[in-house]
Design a binder for this molecule. Structure first.
Ligand code: G3H
Length: 261
């Protein structure tokens, strides 16, 4: 089954709304539209940038998707500082990232909360990008596959097969995030394959074959090609390199099968 690769640029807490518009325009200028027939490209900006990103993408009819970095489990009400899935859907978001390791670490997010956020996204037609990944000590102990599979099962608990079918998984080893240390392509493949097997148990083999499993952690234009050659790696959740428009455009072009001219 051929899965269209997805490259999602997670800007984290970078770029104000004016810088956001400029970055999307620069990527659009550098990346000819024909590449978007072979790769799905999404921007995941801070909440305050989403409206601007929507306006430039819709106004210029750009073939990009966009989404948010987090979502509330609640529908509405007295939850100061939170953003609901219905608000994101109304802004035209396709994706919402849930369970990023920075949320798990700095905001004590549990698997249970991550699963509830994924469910909240699904209630409003958003595609959750559910992040999982082990810390260095877990990998050094050789427990990374078991750890990630358990974390995955907890973070998807309660989702139906239909919801799983429209969920994206991102494997991000924590030790590779923002460190310049990428997992080797073989390491990424090992865990992404284990994730797909677990998805086959949670849903069924056919559904698991259609689901996209991304790798994240120091992905750049130089290593994305080898990562995407792996059978079970279907794209990248890109942090630092997504803030550099020329590099991000090149990275997307490589994911589409050929570098920019
Ligand atoms: O969400 C993106 C990841 O945390 C990867 O970030 P990075 O590419 O800066 O390592």
């Amino acid at each position: 089954m051929a899965r269209t690769p997805l490259i999602a640029g997670n800007w984290k807490m970078n770029l104000n709304h004016l810088e956001a518009i400029a970055l999307v325009q620069k990527v659009a200028f550098s990346l000819p539209e024909k590449y978007l027939e072979k790769v799905d490209v999404a921007f995941i900006p801070p909440f305050t940038d989403i409206r601007g990103v929507q306006i430039v993408i819709e106004g210029d009819k750009l073939g990009f998707a966009y989404g948010a970095q987090d979502v509330s489990v609640h529908e509405s009400g007295a939850y100061t500082g939170e953003i609901s899935a219905s608000m994101l859907a109304k802004l035209g978001c396709t994706y919402v990232v849930v369970g990023h390791s920075e949320r798990r670490d700095y905001h004590a997010e549990t698997d249970e909360l991550v699963a509830a956020k994924a469910a909240a996204g699904h209630r409003h037609g958003l595609t959750p990008i559910v992040c999982v990944g082990e810390k260095l000590e877990v990998r050094e102990a050789g427990d990374h596959v078991d750890f990630v599979v358990n974390q995955l099962k907890g973070s998807l608990a309660g989702l139906t097969t239909a919801q799983l079918a429209s969920t994206v998984i991102a494997y991000e080893p924590v030790w590779a995030i923002g460190t310049g240390k990428t997992a080797s392509a073989a390491d990424a493949q090992e865990v992404c394959a284990a994730i797909r097997s677990a998805l086959a148990e949670l849903a069924d083999a056919e559904t698991a074959e259609t689901m996209r499993v991304l790798y994240g952690g120091s992905v750049n234009a130089s290593n994305v090609g080898e990562l995407l050659e792996q059978t079970d790696v279907d794209g990248g959740l890109v942090g630092g390199a997504s803030l550099k428009p020329d590099e991000f455009a090149q990275l997307c072009a490589i994911a589409a099968g050929g570098p920019l001219p």
